[in-house]
Design a binder for this molecule. Structure first.
Ligand code: N01
Length: 533
């Protein structure tokens, strides 16, 4: 091994939830472990997503690491914290776990190559940093490659333009501005709520309505949180479908009478958060008729709040844009109320498609709009896109992007055949988008740590997924999606938001307990599905 190139047992990419957790756990086992992080700080996605209103949609204490040293010394101020508080949380994580000590920041990895001869990964970054490692763990999140559609004439527009995920650190003053917002995903909804409060005018260009759910934000009194209950809660979190600590009920929608249903739906709305999505009837994602009943309730609730019938029909149309919950519902605090203001409007771009940008605004097939601030909340090349930002090459120099060009295949949503000693977290074919982030990150990280430890104990150098096991796993992902309503929505869950991307289910949809069952089965059977040497 060349003396100039640092060697690590384990090299992690990314200092978000997974990266911090893995570093902590592996360091405790005396591994020589290191992180390369693109950002100047710890925090992963929460370093980049600092647009107005950016806020997590999982509540507290669900959305935090289960590491006692971290949670016992930290208090949140709100049920759903915003990006500022999350950045503070990560500073705390860094202080308690000493993440920075073993991290190279502002180190954007461009290449990672498996070296068959030395059985190590050779990893290079754009700032010239390079390292070799026995294990390479990309923990790069599912939303690190943002997406700007190829809008005609966008470069002609002379006003200020920002993509939500590259928001300037100094912020953008939206006061008294004429703002155009494209995109109504989680990000668009959050920005609209902030922009609507201060703008001169806000135009929201909507292609698909967001079937938003009430957040029911509340302030926390730290003295009231009983941390002694946390260990039990974190165990319980692992037993629920989405790792949130609550779960679907063991009834189908039509098992209840219409009156019982109304009461039940209302109780879920009153709880707030994702309860109406993943603590509802168990057939929501599988039965179109049941799903329509949920949609009708949701629509009635929306229409009660939107005064203008034209806007109400665009924001909550009679015909559901897609089965409820098959695109991610965002949590809102006063989204619909923004549209009750005379200076806030929604433009249905299905009714008047965008034609082109001009120097001062944009033209649709029916109108021309003027504005001085354009906000693109147009999302991400989600889940697999993060891996396209790095040239990852496995056995015989095969590129990961080429392997996945016509469809994703992984084993257990954390390894890829032909890419030995590489494990990723919170990415393709894992519970990712259907899981609370820290839950998924910890489940996968614990499995990865067990593998690495077991290999050391057995004196093994390399591990690769068996291609047959991988093919079987990938087939199951797609078969289970085909039995659900998810393929009926054009969503980033299915890769449908990016032109040309294969349409396929990118996530494991059977929930955290079933996923953990697969990991346990592999571990208890001598890492079944893997080949070890
Ligand atoms: O991105 P999105 P996001 N013309 O892809 C529209 C996480 N996140 O940044 O729905 C016009 O959901 C697109 O329209 P359509 C979270 O998991 C979490 O909002 O494809 N419009 C859509 O409205 C989230 O789900 C949090 O028809 C176009 C929007 O742009 C994920 O990240 C906060 C268009 C993109 O929405 C992604 O969220 C933020 C076009 N050509 C993000 N192309 C929290 O936890 C796209 N759109 C709070």
């Amino acid at each position: 091994m060349s003396s100039e190139i640092p060697y690590y047992d384990v090299l992690i990419l990314g200092a978000g939830f997974s990266g911090c957790y893995l570093l902590h756990k592996l360091r405790a086992l005396n591994y020589n472990v290191h992180i390369f992080e693109k950002a100047p700080t710890v925090g992963g996605t929460w370093h980049w997503n600092r647009y107005p209103g950016a806020r997590v949609d999982s509540d507290i204490p669900v959305y935090e690491l289960s590491i006692p040293e971290v949670y016992s010394t930290w208090s949140w101020s709100e049920r759903f914290p915003d990006w500022r508080e999350l950045q503070e949380y990560f500073k705390h994580v860094d202080k308690v776990l000493e993440i920075s000590k073993d991290t190279d920041f502002e180190t954007c990895v461009t290449d990672a190559t498996w070296d068959e001869k030395t059985q190590t990964w050779d990893v290079r970054a754009s700032n010239g940093k390079r390292a070799r490692a026995q294990f390479f763990l990309p923990c790069i999140g599912f939303a690190s490659k943002n997406f700007t559609p190829d809008f005609k004439g966008l470069t002609n527009y002379k006003g200020e333009v920002h993509h939500s995920s590259e928001w300037p650190e100094d912020g953008v003053d939206m006061t008294n501005r004429k703002i155009a917002l494209i995109g109504t995903g989680s990000t668009g909804v959050q920005i609209a709520q902030e922009a609507g409060e201060v703008c001169k005018e806000l135009l929201v260009f909507q292609r698909t309505p967001n079937l938003v759910l009430p957040m029911h934000q509340k302030k926390f009194d730290p003295s009231l949180s009983d941390k002694s209950t946390y260990p039990e809660f974190y165990k319980h979190r692992l037993t629920t479908f989405a790792g949130f600590g609550f779960d679907f009920v063991a009834r189908d929608t039509t098992d209840d009478t219409p009156e019982e249903r109304e009461k039940f739906y209302q109780s879920l709305f009153d709880l707030g958060g994702f309860n109406f999505w993943v603590a509802t009837y168990r057939d929501l994602f599988f039965n179109l008729e049941s799903n329509s009943i949920a949609y009708d309730f949701w629509r009635r609730k929306a229409h009660e709040r939107i005064k203008d019938p034209r806007k109400a029909e665009i924001l909550a149309p009679k015909i559901a844009p897609h089965p409820f919950g098959t695109k991610r519902p965002s949590l809102e605090q006063n989204y619909f109320e923004q549209f009750n203001k005379p200076n806030v409007d929604v433009v249905d771009i299905n009714d008047e498609p965008l034609v082109e940008f001009t120097e001062t605004g944009l033209k649709t097939t029916k109108n021309e709009y003027q504005f001085d601030l354009l906000i693109l909340a147009t999302g991400f090349d989600a889940v697999t896109g993060s891996f396209k930002t790095i040239n990852i090459r496995g056995i015989h120099g095969v590129k990961l992007v080429d392997k996945w060009a016509n469809g994703t295949s992984t084993f257990l949503g954390l390894s890829v055949s032909g890419f030995p000693n590489m494990f990723y977290t919170y990415g393709p074919q894992a519970p990712t988008a259907f899981s609370n982030g820290p839950t998924c990150a910890e489940v996968q990280s614990d499995f990865i740590v067990s593998i690495i430890r077991s290999m050391r104990e057995r004196g093994l150098r390399s591990i690769d997924a068996d291609p047959k096991a991988e093919a079987e796993y990938a087939k199951n992902i797609n078969e289970s999606a085909a039995e659900s309503l998810f393929p009926l929505a054009k969503s980033w869950y299915m890769g449908a938001n990016i032109p040309g991307k294969p349409i396929e289910m990118l996530n494991y949809i059977k929930g955290i307990p079933a996923y953990r069952g697969l990991l346990d089965e592999s571990e208890q059977n001598g890492w079944k599905g893997f080949m070890l040497t």
